[in-house]
Write a protein that binds this ligand. Sequence first.
Ligand SMILES: [Fe+2]
Length: 367
Amino acid sequence: MSTTGHLDLPVIDRATPAPVPAGCRALGEGDLPLVLGPAGVDSGPGLVSWLLRNSDWVQARLVEHGALLFRDFNITDAVGFEAVARAVAPRLGKEYLGTSPREPLQGSDYIFSASELPAHFPIAQHAEMTFVANPPGRLFFCCFEQPGEDSGETPVTDLRRVWRELDEDLKARLVDGGLRIVRNYCGPGVKSRSPFQLKGWDEMFGTTDRVAVEAKCREQGFDVTWLDDNGLRLVSTQAITRDHPETGEAAWHNHLQVFHLSSAAGEYRRIFRMRPTLRNFAVWQFARLLTVLQGLTRSSEEQAMHCTRLDGSEIPTRDVEAVRDAIWRNMKVTPWRRGDVLVIDNHSTSHGRLPYSGPRQIAAAWS
Ligand SMILES: [Fe+2]
């Protein structure tokens, strides 16, 4: 890397690939993620030592590529996964303010199931927790049990490229309008049957103490409204982009197309296009129908999740769809293999999940 004159930020020389330090080698030609396999170092502890020895190289490649996938090192439990993650980012987090239900995994206080959402739910591309004051810098996934063929992948997308590719008028409209997020959480013990409903607020904050919840929300800039049914409404605002802390590049870094009411139908439509099965068609049509019903029966404020402009007016669905198109155009899908560890630069690169059925166990950690 060199530095720019006026910004004093590093510039990545993408034209000259940096050789992989001894002990590992690049597998395949892809650059997102850069896939690295053993070439002398062939175990979990060996990988940890290699990562520590080559820390500068690893961090530079993470920023350059956006994600690294370590394959054939056979990392298949929480203890081994935590050690690998800490070799990249020593300070892992355990406070999760996202919307996926997650469970801690045995053997570590810092390793969680990636998502307990039902297997047929797609998870739209997102950088982790963009709506909190300080989102994670590094994100880690590990495949303890691989899903069946053509399913359950964790695709990744270069959000710097997404932002560059969006139409200039669309960018201006989105930035000028701003982004306001509404989330409605169930009260403790409430089990909703709606596929749109979020987990309980007690699960999100790990407490049933309203005072503690309010303090945490103040810290994060979430406006709190307690609802009559013991539910919780959170309203927050966020910018459309964030500049990468190391390169200064702007990246799409918000949850608009994830939280917008059109998300499920928009994702299923593209999943059907990618994998045109009868089942995917039926699920897409069902999602469309449910989305229309949700829109007719609930206001923006009452949706489980929704986004509007800062003034509360609706962002046209065609604008949200244009963003989805840019994301899907740049999305890279790599099948999981048991023992894989995926390391993501959360400042520049999003992740998501494609639907699956049958067994699959992916663990997650973040810094
Ligand atoms: Fe996530």
